[in-house]
Design a binder for this molecule. Sequence first.
Ligand SMILES: C[S@@+](CC[C@H](N)C(=O)[O-])C[C@H]1O[C@@H](n2cnc3c(N)ncnc32)[C@H](O)[C@@H]1O
Length: 238
Amino acid sequence: MAQHTPPAPDPAAAPQPRDWDLRADVLSTEALASGDPTAWFDRLYAEGAAGEVGMPWERDEPQAQFAPWFEAWLARHGGDGRGRRAVVVGCGLGADAEHLAAHGFETVGFDVAPTAIEQAKARHAGSTVEYRVADLLDLDPGLVGRFDLVVEIFTLQALPNPPRAQAAAAIASLLAPGGTLVLVAFRDTGLPAPELPPYPLTESDLLLVETGGVVLTATAEVADGERWLVTYERPDLG
Ligand SMILES: C[S@@+](CC[C@H](N)C(=O)[O-])C[C@H]1O[C@@H](n2cnc3c(N)ncnc32)[C@H](O)[C@@H]1O
């Protein structure tokens, strides 16, 4: 009797995770239509965690424009972060928060998406970073004015206006007197404004952050002009 050899599995036929950014368009459309512009983040991370889509904003290294800026800033500020506090707003999976903690900062990473925080904790077991679920739009007063370094990468641009102006002021409010805030975002290049996030930031958007009592100190066009890297400081009037 002839042996029946089962056919080798066809890798192309195996279920593949869908593109998370296509799914982001669907989920953000639904969330915006329901009047809740932040609801889609956790839904997207949850689908990523379940393997239904690729994990959104997946990376293990510090963000490409932030990393060299941070190295230069640190060289001008004593070489490490010991004795200082840092926070990463919308920290996602935690790569930037881990980078700050590895350089000695007492670091908080917060995100509105509980699944992102679960993932960040699971990926960085034993980390010194305090990961927490928190909403910029309903900020815990215990975080206000507490940080020497505030890092905001791609969160403001993910929000329509409203509530972008409120979020911008809330980001600034985290900064202690004498502290520095660094923001990385897509730069508006004059193309028609997109209907869905991300919304590239205009120069007027950058000034929204100043409503939180900080002063814009430098604006750079980076990544071949595709992005902003902007710094702010809170004057130390003491
Ligand atoms: C475009 S993702 C960027 C994630 C991360 N900063 C990075 O660069 O990989 C925006 C992040 O901001 C978080 N976020 C959005 N609105 C927020 C809010 N109101 N408060 C806190 N986090 C928020 C989202 O959950 C998401 O993790």
